[in-house]
Design a protein around this ligand. Structure first.
Ligand code: CAA
Length: 384
């Protein structure tokens, strides 16, 4: 498919590019060092409509398509991957799940705050013993009159500490396996709900990743998201969208690494000439750009399928798989081109390399993407 961006998509891209490079980029390295949550960026992003991009205007969103979202998220990731992951989870997983599964009351109550940036959202699916296999989660939600009582621990929750609202999955009927998992909207401040251990990570250091602990946490029954037993389906549907978001982040970081590598190669001289003259290095740059373009096309294709309302599970996983592995190769090569300087904190490529490392892991490892892709292919391929 050949992509020709519409005037509106080009306008969104250029507006976010300008914001990202002027406002987000200058403080990104400092944030990486101090681990300071990008609260100020998010406030400004809310004003630009970046915190409810695909939510219809009636709930305060922009009603933009997924292609515009991919373009915007890539531009934010270009400058700061930590800010981008918060934007990605908030938009693709939290807002979209409430939009798709929420009641009218839930949409009015929560989406309007999420799109305005008055609430930042997180998603609690993973547990200490349930990562790639979320069906084996052990958090429980037991009905008690007009409430559910939630007990358990969630792990690796992006924005666990700095979010105001978390969609949490829990077992309401253990015997039903994946059909016995339900999802709940939990606001911070509920008794029995606290933030636990905060991870000290290799990358994405300004985005907090925490445990969430539920100790007899009483949640009003009206906060059930979807029907009882919808939780696994909700999580899988959310991850389809989320994976397009991770692919978009990969594209942004890879583009930043490629641009930095080209800049450096044009400035640096060795053996009496600019290193960009060496064919070995030019070929490296050509390979980086080619892989990046391939990832971009796959991601746009998955986004277009989503916009056309066709099933895009396989394409989202392909985009996430390819783009996340691509950015690890591209940031590695960007360091190689920088030589010893690339290994120091004086150059941004060092941060890009660390930030990108988790992209092949979170929202489903590369191995899980291959499971999803092969499952879908085998299901879709009819015997003659
Ligand atoms: N959309 C809708 N429904 C789906 C679906 C999808 N993409 N994928 C599966 N389902 C449904 C199936 O239709 C099936 O439903 P029925 O039985 O009612 O028909 C049900 O879910 C079970 O499907 P499977 O048998 O395929 O499920 P499985 O147990 O074999 O698991 C899996 C499949 C792909 C391995 C899945 O478990 C998976 O994606 N694992 C990875 C989880 C993951 O990505 N975790 C990251 C968490 S978030 C994070 O990283 C941090 C953060 O803060 C964002």
């Amino acid at each position: 498919m050949l992509f020709r961006l519409t005037d509106e998509q080009l306008m969104i891209q250029s507006m976010v590019r300008e914001f990202s490079r002027k406002v987000v980029a200058p403080t990104a390295a400092e944030r990486d060092r101090t681990k300071e949550f990008p609260a100020d960026n998010l406030k400004q992003m809310a004003k630009l409509g970046l915190l409810g991009m695909m939510v219809p205007p009636e709930y305060g969103g922009e009603g933009a398509d997924t292609i515009s979202y991919v373009l915007a998220l890539s531009e934010i990731a270009y400058s700061c991957a930590s800010t981008a992951v918060v934007m990605s989870v908030h938009n693709s997983i939290v807002c979209e799940s409430i939009l798709r599964f929420g009641t009218e009351e839930q949409k009015k109550k929560y989406l309007t705050k999420l799109t305005a940036g008055k609430m930042i959202g997180a998603f609690g699916l993973t547990e200490p013993e349930a990562g790639s296999d979320p069906v084996s989660q052990t958090t429980t939600a037991i009905r008690d009159g007009d409430f559910y009582i939630i007990n358990g621990t969630k792990r690796f929750t992006t924005t666990g500490k700095n979010s105001h609202l978390v969609i949490v999955t829990a077992k309401t009927d253990d015997a039903q396996r994946h059909r016995g998992i339900s999802a709940f909207i939990l606001e911070k401040g509920l008794p029995g709900f606290k933030v636990g251990h905060m991870e000290d990570k290799m990358g994405l250091r300004a985005s907090d990743t925490t445990d969430l602990i539920f100790d007899n946490c009483r949640v009003p029954a009206e906060n059930l998201l979807g029907q009882e037993g919808d939780g696994f389906k909700l999580a899988m549907t959310a991850l389809d969208s989320g994976r397009i978001g991770i692919a978009a982040q990969s594209i942004g970081v890879a583009q930043a690494a490629l641009d930095a590598a080209i800049r450096y190669a044009k400035e640096r001289s060795q053996f009496g000439q600019k290193i960009v003259k060496f064919q070995g290095l030019r070929w490296m740059i050509a390979d980086m750009a080619t892989e990046l373009e391939a990832a971009r096309q796959l991601t746009m294709s998955a986004a277009a399928m989503k916009d056309q309302k066709t099933r895009f599970t396989r394409q989202a996983s392909m985009a996430k798989l390819f783009a996340s592995e691509m950015v690890n190769r591209v940031t590695g090569k960007a360091i190689q081109i920088h030589g010893g300087y690339g290994f120091t904190k004086d150059y941004d490529v060092e941060r890009y390399y660390r930030d990108a490392r988790v992209f092949t892991i979170y929202e489903g490892t590369s191995e899980i993407q291959r499971v999803v892709i092969s499952n879908q292919l085998l299901k879709d391929t009819r015997s003659p």
